[in-house]
Design a protein around this ligand. Structure first.
Ligand code: ADP
Ligand code: UDP
Length: 236
C-alpha cells in the first residue's frame, strides 16, 4: 500500500490518497480542539490511542454485523480505510444527559434516559455544526430518506453493541458522535472514528470522566484519562 498525496487535513486527522482509488490512509494527530476550533491544544499520545481504539471498535462492530470503513491498521497512527463520501451529518446518540443536551434543555447532567435519543447536526464548521432534523436534511439534499432510515438503524445498533462492551469494562457510555459515508458502490458504512474524542465515557464506580470533557473543561488529567480508556479497551 503506497501512501500518496495528502487530500485533507482536519482538526484531528490527515487523509492521504493511496495507489488504490477506493482506499485512503487516515493519520491521527495529537492536536485537540473544542468549541468548533476556538480552544486548541495537544493531548500527548492521543493520536495513537484514538487510532488503535477506533480500529478495535470498528472490528468489534463488524463482528456484530455493522459495516464500517475499516480495512487495515498500518502503524500506531495510520490506518487504511475505504474511501467514502461522508454524509455531512454528525449523528449523536445519547443514553444519559450531558453536554449540549443538558445546556439546551436546562437539565442536569447524569439523567439516565429510558430509551436512547438520536439527533443530527449539519457537519459545517462555518455554520458551527447546527442541529438539524430529517426534514431539513432531506430539503438540503444531504441524504435520502432511505439513507437517513438506514443511518438511524445502524447508529442504534452501534449503541447497543458499544453500551454492553463498555459496561464490561466498568465504563458508562453516556453519549457519542458517529459519521457515516457512502462507498463507491453506494453502500452506507460507519466511518470516521470512535474514541474518547467522540464519546463521553464515565467510570461506572466513581463517575469520573474518561474523555475529552477533561480537555474541554480544563479539568486536568487528560492524558491519564485517555491512557486509562486505552488500558481498559486494549488490556494494556
Ligand atoms: P474535521 O474535518 O472535523 O476537522 P478530522 O480532523 O477528524 O475532522 O478529519 C478527518 C476527515 O476525514 C473528516 O472530515 C471526516 O469526515 C473524514 N473521513 C472520515 N472517514 C473517512 C473515509 N473513510 N473516507 C473519506 N473521508 C473520511
Ligand atoms: N461530539 C463530537 N464532535 C462534535 C460534537 C460532539 O465528537 O463536533 C461528541 C461529543 O464528544 C459527545 C457527543 O458527541 O460525546 C455529544 O456532544 P454534545 O452535543 O453534548 O456537544 P458538546 O458538549 O461537545 O458541545
Amino acid at each position: 500500500m503506497e501512501k500518496k498525496e495528502q487530500l485533507y487535513e482536519g482538526k484531528a486527522k490527515k487523509v492521504f490518497a493511496t495507489d488504490d482509488a477506493n482506499l485512503v490512509i487516515v493519520s491521527y494527530k495529537d492536536d485537540a480542539t473544542a468549541f468548533n476550533g476556538e480552544k486548541k491544544g495537544t493531548i500527548t499520545g492521543k493520536g495513537v490511542i484514538n487510532n488503535v481504539m477506533s480500529n478495535h471498535m470498528f472490528q468489534l462492530l463488524e463482528q456484530q454485523g455493522v459495516e464500517t470503513h475499516f480495512v487495515e491498521q498500518l502503524s500506531d497512527r495510520e490506518t487504511v480505510v475505504k474511501k467514502v463520501d461522508i454524509v455531512p451529518l454528525e449523528v449523536i446518540i445519547r443514553n444519559i444527559s450531558a453536554g449540549s443536551f443538558a445546556k439546551r434543555y436546562g437539565v442536569e447532567e447524569g439523567i439516565m434516559f429510558t430509551a436512547p435519543t438520536i439527533e443530527f447536526s449539519y457537519k459545517d464548521d462555518d455554520l458551527g455544526d447546527p442541529l438539524i432534523n430529517d426534514y431539513h436534511a432531506l430539503a438540503l439534499g444531504l441524504a435520502t430518506q432511505a439513507e437517513i432510515d438506514q443511518i438511524k438503524a445502524m447508529a442504534f445498533k452501534v449503541n447497543e453493541v458499544m453500551k454492553d462492551y463498555f459496561d464490561s469494562l466498568n465504563v458508562i457510555l453516556v453519549d457519542f458522535k458517529l459519521e457515516f459515508g457512502k462507498t463507491s458502490d453506494g453502500k452506507i458504512v460507519l466511518a470516521d472514528e470512535i474514541s474518547p474524542d467522540t464519546c463521553r465515557l464515565w467510570d461506572k464506580t466513581t463517575k469520573e470522566k474518561l474523555d475529552k470533557d477533561r480537555f474541554r473543561r480544563d479539568m486536568g488529567g487528560v492524558e491519564e484519562a485517555y491512557n486509562e480508556i486505552m488500558k481498559r479497551v486494549m488490556g494494556k
